[in-house]
Every structure is written in C-alpha cells, then in structure tokens.
Design a protein around this ligand. Structure first.
Ligand code: HEC
Ligand code: HEC
Length: 199
C-alpha cells in the first residue's frame, strides 16, 4: 500500500502547488526571511525549545509543505497554525519547505541503556515497521515526517491525536492504522525512543 500511496502524494503535491508538474525552483533566501516570523515558536534554527511545538529543521521538504497546506485548508486543525497558514501563498509554502529542509536537525543526546522506556520503544518501532515509511534512520521521507530528534512531547501528542482521530491531515489512514494497534504505554515508549534517536 505504502509503495503506491507515497509517490502518488508527491505527484499531487507538485501539481497542487505549481499548477503543473514542472516544479519551479524554491527561493531559499525568501524562505529564510519568512521563517523569522516562525522562530519565536519553532526556534531560531528550526529547533524548538517551546513545549508542544515541533522542531522543523531537517524535516522533509514535502512534509513541511503538506502540513502547511493541511493547516491552511483546515484538514489539520490548530488554532495557532490555522490562521498563520492562511496567510501563506503557494510560493511562500514552497520557500519555507526548502528552507527548513536545508537546516541541520536537532541532535539530542542518545538515551542511556538504563532508559527502559526507550528500549521498549525501539522494539516496538521494529515490530510496527515505522522505518518502512519514515526512513531507515527515521529521518523522514516525502510526506512522512522526520521522527529522529523530534521533541518527545510533540511525538506523543501526534500519536495520541492520530489515534483519537483529532489529527487527520492527509486523509490517507496510514497513521490511524498504525496507532490503532498501539496503547498509550506503547506511544509513550515510541515517543521517548524517537526523541532520543539521532540521524
Ligand atoms: C505562536 C507560535 C507559532 C508560530 C508563530 C508558528 N507556529 Fe508552526 N506550530 C505551532 C504549534 C503549537 C504547532 C503544533 C500544532 C499541533 O498541535 O498540531 C505547529 C506546527 C507546525 C507545523 C507542523 C510540524 C509537524 O511536525 O507536524 C509546521 C510545518 C509549522 N508549524 C510551520 C510553521 C511556519 C512555517 C511558521 C511561520 C510562517 C510557523 N509554523 C509559525 C506554533 C507556531
Ligand atoms: C504506512 C506508512 C507509515 C507507517 C508504517 C508509519 N507512519 Fe508515521 N506517518 C506517516 C505519514 C504519511 C505521516 C504524515 C501524516 C499526515 O500528514 O497526516 C506520519 C506522521 C507521523 C507522526 C507525526 C510527526 C509530527 O512531527 O507531527 C508521528 C509521530 C509518526 N508518524 C510516528 C510513527 C511511528 C512511531 C510509527 C511506527 C509505530 C509510524 N509512524 C509508522 C506514515 C507512516
């Protein structure tokens, strides 16, 4: 299922944002300029120090663009990001995607072997094949987010939101399917593991 859906999403993203499949080059400098308005919450270098606010540095370009489109059309609900995304046109979204994707991701200290929650999370990640969509090092691929080094509180909230149906986003049920098989302890373990993984 994954193999067919992910490329299809990438193609429609290009078509949607450009009006054709010929992608025009993103303007990185313009993206950087716009990102000064995001830094107060998402961090000066896209590494967030703000509770429940995601780091954006090193996210896949497509992932950033898709989430901004979902916030803009209210497919993904957020009182904070909804109005911000509504002020962004397609070139702005493209430029922001290119800029944040170019930044080095957060490199948190690895979990010590004594961190049992992280150990459990690592096993669950293998069992549930998170790599098959999120990349061999959980660095994110296309419309699937980077998980490695993301804030633990953000990861846990996202998993809970997918499970409860609060976060729908793409409308493709990948994460609803994944979280259907997870209980809250599992989600806490996965969030700890991913938040302490570097890539
Ligand atoms: C007032 C604080 C604030 C500002 C300013 C802000 N954001 Fe956000 N952003 C948030 C919060 C909080 C979330 C998490 C929403 C949720 O709970 O789902 C978020 C989520 C996101 C996400 C989704 C990331 C993910 O991993 O799911 C993207 C992309 C994003 N913001 C981009 C931006 C951009 C680009 C700007 C500037 C144009 C910006 N934000 C400005 C607070 C902010
Ligand atoms: C079939 C593909 C697929 C699998 C398997 C998968 N994911 Fe995802 N995941 C996605 C996609 C696609 C998104 C973006 C969803 C959206 O845009 O609404 C996502 C988003 C997420 C997010 C939100 C990240 C953020 O910054 O907001 C988290 C957390 C996450 N996945 C964790 C996991 C974990 C943990 C596993 C394994 C237990 C997993 N995923 C397995 C496809 C997958």
């Amino acid at each position: 299922m994954k193999a067919t859906i992910l490329p299809a999403l990438c193609l429609c993203l290009l078509a949607f944002l450009d009006g054709s499949c010929a992608a025009s080059a993103a303007d990185m400098a313009a993206g950087k300029e716009l990102a000064t308005g995001c830094a107060g919450c998402h961090g000066a270098n896209g590494v967030s120090q703000t509770p429940l606010t995601p780091s954006l540095a090193g996210e896949p370009d497509d992932y950033i663009q898709w989430q901004l489109v979902y916030f803009r059309n209210s497919a993904r609900k957020s009182d904070v990001m909804g109005p911000i995304a509504k002020s962004l046109d397609n070139p702005a979204i493209r430029n922001l995607g290119a800029y944040y994707a170019s930044l080095p991701p957060a490199k948190p200290p690895p979990a010590p072997p004594s961190d049992e929650l992280a150990q459990v999370g690592g096993k669950l990640a293998v069992q549930h094949r998170c790599k098959s969509c999120h990349g061999d090092n959980y660095e994110g691929v296309g419309p699937a987010a980077r998980l490695a080094g993301q804030r633990e509180d953000v990861l846990l909230k996202a998993l809970r939101d997918f499970k409860s149906g609060t976060r729908v986003g793409s409308g493709v049920a990948s994460m609803a399917d994944v979280t259907f098989g997870l209980n809250d302890n599992d989600m806490q373990a996965l969030a700890r593991y991913m938040a302490t993984t570097q890539s």
